[in-house]
Ligand binder design. Structure first.
Ligand SMILES: Nc1ncnc2c1ncn2[C@@H]1O[C@H](COP(=O)(O)OP(=O)(O)OP(=O)(O)O)[C@@H](O)[C@H]1O
Length: 483
């Protein structure tokens, strides 16, 4: 059985307290939250947590101060430090204070829930409570992976809507995770014990949308053999996810608006309205204001749905998440029993340069394909290139060193072709005369003309650098100005 315990979360950002608190509660932990050192101290008088998660920058001081004393008082307590000051210094300080784990902000919720499970597992193992082989704790944290600033913004908004029923409009290209966000809001929110019902407007014939949404009476149309409840009734008490709302026909929009205003649904062919209580989350990859202008979407419905917008960034706009996601999908495949695969450096490079028109869905499919089909356990750039559709590799893609190698080969062939057989060629020095000044210029410009630092970066001594500058006629002071 997975270890559960008591956790105190200290962070002055209420959104973080809510999201972290909910994720941990879902795993069966008992959680309390505090927003300052003072509140932390007050709570710790009456509540004995197994794990303390604390931010460093708190409104009334440094969250790390006092941690060593707390640990001295309660040796069984595990402390996890969160910090937005992602410096080595903070990490070192956290370790010196005896923290069990240090997580730089923005952090991945899965990583945090895993750290809590690990802390509890270690603690119980030390106390002899865990039987052999039971140490690995499953972590079914939040399904959303990503730690880019854009995703942190998404997490914050999700946290703010969990305790209310405001309508939400999720915007983003296909495959960015709109449905996943809707599911997360439902499963973490106050309606989680009730149904989550999804309907995709683009996947249903236009003439059937109203019957699907609002239900129909027996005999309402050919084939309507019995009264059938629509998605609204099916979602009673829970959440209704209206996917691809931009594809909803105008007539259905009018009817939807009426339902949202009145809170009552009347089936197609029926006359007796039924009261419904559902939270609406709509999603679209279309630009609704444009559709409004073209009279294809009702403005009043737009306002009704767009109470809280959540914009999901395209994957190419948050490249820092690509590798995290790729590893997540490979790990998931491994947990499903497929061979465990890792990514070689040149494979990660390739994943980072690709523009992902199909967003996270495309990345997920690609990783699943690799997990199933590749015979190698380490995925190299070569394997990736062979397995990807041709258009997956941009035509101009090459690692920077490949470009240079190509240019040098080209240069050498030209030089050898022109005047071949001439004695006393000095190709080595000629090549250096082409590339060396460029290297010197770039390095000096980066360090603002500072020759000591430039020599350090180049790995040559300062006198050698000065001599080269003179030989090439380069003025370091002017190089400061190079952009
Ligand atoms: N941040 C994420 N972390 C983990 N998995 C993700 C993430 N975003 C998307 N996915 C996965 O990618 C796939 C596509 O996501 P989803 O269906 O939610 O996208 P969508 O924006 O609703 O797409 P569409 O507009 O085509 O309906 C799903 O399998 C989902 O689980």
């Amino acid at each position: 059985m997975a270890a559960t315990g008591t956790v105190l979360v200290v962070d002055d950002d209420p959104a973080i307290c809510v999201v972290v608190g909910e994720a941990l509660r879902r795993q069966g932990h008992k959680v309390k939250t505090a927003g300052s050192i003072r509140e932390r101290a007050a709570l710790m008088d009456s509540f004995t947590p197994d794990v303390l998660i604390t931010d460093v920058m708190l409104p009334d001081g440094d969250g790390l101060e006092g941690v060593a004393d707390i640990i001295a008082d309660r040796p069984a307590l595990s402390v996890i430090i969160l910090s937005a000051q992602n410096t080595l210094n903070t990490a070192i300080r956290a370790t010196e204070k005896g923290a069990f784990e240090y997580l730089p902000k923005p952090f991945d919720l899965n990583e945090l829930t895993r750290a809590v499970s690990d802390a509890l597992g270690t603690r119980q193992a030390e106390n002899g409570e865990v039987e052999e082989g039971e140490g690995a704790l499953p972590h079914d944290g939040l399904p959303l992976v990503g730690r880019s600033p854009a995703m942190q913004e998404v997490y914050r908004t999700i946290a703010r809507v969990l305790s209310n029923d405001l309508s939400i409009l999720v915007l983003g290209e296909s495959g960015t995770g709109k449905e996943l966000v809707a599911e997360a809001i439902h499963s973490l929110g106050q309606r989680r014990t009730k149904p989550f019902v999804a309907i995709n407007m683009a996947a249903i014939p236009r003439e059937l949308i109203e019957a699907e949404l609002f239900g129909y009476e027996k005999g309402a149309f050919t084939g309507a053999h019995a009264r059938t409840a629509g998605k609204f009734e099916q979602a009673q008490g829970g959440t209704l996810f209206l996917d691809e709302i931009g594809d909803m026909p105008m007539e259905a929009q009018t009817r939807l608006l009426r339902v949202l205003q009145s809170g009552e649904v009347t089936t197609v062919g029926g006359s007796k309205p039924v009261r419904v209580n559902v939270r609406i989350i709509a999603a679209t990859n279309k630009h609704l204001p444009q559709l409004i202008e073209e009279n294809r979407f009702r403005q009043d419905l737009y306002y009704r749905l767009n109470v809280v917008p959540i914009s999901l960034p395209a994957l190419r706009e948050r490249r820092e998440d690509v590798i995290l996601l790729a590893r997540h999908f490979l790990e998931r495949a491994a947990q499903e029993g497929l061979p465990r695969k890792t990514l070689a450096d040149d494979a990660t490079q390739l994943l980072m340069v690709y523009h992902w028109p199909g967003n996270v869905r495309e990345l997920q499919n690609m990783m699943q394909r690799l997990a199933v089909l590749s015979r190698e356990n380490v995925i190299t750039g070569e394997i990736l290139r062979n397995m990807l559709p041709l258009e997956a590799v941009p035509a101009d893609y090459a690692a920077p060193a490949d470009h240079l190698a190509h240019a040098v080969r080209d240069w050498a062939r030209r030089q050898l072709g022109v005047g071949i057989g001439q004695p006393n060629r000095n190709l080595h020095d000629d090549l250096l005369a082409v590339i060396e000044p460029i290297l010197l210029q770039e390095v000096l410009a980066t360090v603002d003309g500072n020759q000591i630092r430039a020599a350090g970066l180049l790995g040559i001594n300062r006198n050698t650098l000065r001599k080269k500058l003179t030989d090439y006629g380069l003025d370091p002071l002017q190089l400061r100005l190079i952009d």
